[in-house]
Design a binder for this molecule. Sequence first.
Ligand SMILES: Cc1cc2nc3c(=O)[nH]c(=O)nc-3n(C[C@H](O)[C@H](O)[C@H](O)COP(=O)(O)O)c2cc1C
Length: 303
Amino acid sequence: MLKTRICGIKLENPTVLASGIMGVTGASLCFVSENGAGAVTTKSIGLEERKGHPAPVVLEWENGLINAVGLSSPGIEEGVEELKAAVEKSKSPVIASIFAPTTKQFGEVARQVSKAKPAMIEANISCPNVEAEFGKPFATDQKAAAGVTKIVKKNSKVPVIVKLSPNVPNIKIIAQAVEKAGADSICAVNTVGPGMVIDIKTGKPLLANKAGGLSGPAIRPVAVRCVYDIYESVKIPIIGTGGVTYGKDAVEMIMAGALAVGVGSAVHYRGIDVFRKVCNEIIEFMEKEGYSKLKDFRGIAHE
Ligand SMILES: Cc1cc2nc3c(=O)[nH]c(=O)nc-3n(C[C@H](O)[C@H](O)[C@H](O)COP(=O)(O)O)c2cc1C
């Protein structure tokens, strides 16, 4: 009932572990897969080892999470080793998320992670936390986004997903640019912001980095609107990500046009079996409404 296919890759269900949550080691990716995720995404892998930002890096506020992990990464060798372990043992397809500070380096990281034979490669061109070091995210400029897409495609043997930022005035233009440059799929969206939460007792920002990306329930309407806009402007499949916590949220994303749904912060709210819970809730909804396949209600918000 929940089976789907993205870029020719079979998924038992449409839930996909979002990048950055439990995705550093092969063992944790397999654990998420055993807990029912239709596919799992690694934490973004970069060429060099990076410490990321000082702690605290993730905090809960009233309506979501705020994080400034700052793309911490063990570097390419360890990243590829863990990825290999996941690819060998994971029940569900493994997506390798990659990042780099330059277009050229994106090509090199894509080439290296390809050795581990992931099912797909996701180019994270949209992290909002590293602007001071990396400059504006590639996802905020159509030419830069297309440039990264082209080079990652050239260096990958598997379908390429490009992960977009919601922090742009017109996401349709960026989506069209990456589709034209050869992207096979779009993941929308990365975190919103950056935002800031101040502790009114100390009068200081809660995060050591002061500002960070917002995720979880608070950003769902922004993510749904982005998926809706992208669906209207391109033909490639969309992984709708942002605030999906319950089955009803996944249904909403699919109605906006998503083929699969990313689940990240919800692991914090509902535990590791959130994937199974979300799937059961989607089935409950479908039975109640008389739908037998996901495609029966995919994109119906546009009709
Ligand atoms: C702690 C944390 C770390 C993240 N790290 C990454 C990352 O390394 N690469 C990436 O593409 N997205 C990263 N993200 C963004 C998520 O993959 C996702 O796009 C975003 O959180 C929205 O989905 P959610 O509301 O389901 O969490 C991170 C998010 C969080 C909360």
